[in-house]
Design a protein around this ligand. Structure first.
Ligand SMILES: [Zn+2]
Length: 94
């Protein structure tokens, strides 16, 4: 099922997929993610656009550096993709 929206810091953003890698329109509350990126690019793009949505006052350089650092760590810790959550069955907040 395609993802249509995501709540970020209390604001609902529409999620769409387009040909540009990614784009966040804070005013219209829309995030665009190109769907055919390789997984490492996709992770970086999603983190990048969510940072724009969550912290719109960050500069482009701050967003780019932070998303890249998060992506590198997620990829280095890549075994998380195969493991089941230790918290399975617990209720999580939004
Ligand atoms: Zn950006």
């Amino acid at each position: 099922m395609p993802v249509k929206q995501q709540t970020i810091r209390g604001k609902v953003f529409k999620i769409s997929t387009e040909q540009i890698y990614g784009y966040c329109d804070e005013n219209d509350r829309e995030i665009h993610i190109r769907p055919d990126q390789v997984s490492s690019e996709m992770v970086d793009t999603i983190l990048h656009e969510v940072l724009h949505a969550a912290l719109p006052n960050l500069s482009e350089a701050e967003v780019t550096e932070t998303a890249a650092a998060q992506t590198r760590l997620l990829l280095r810790l890549g075994s998380w993709k195969k493991k089941k959550s230790a918290f399975q069955g617990e209720t999580k907040g939004d």
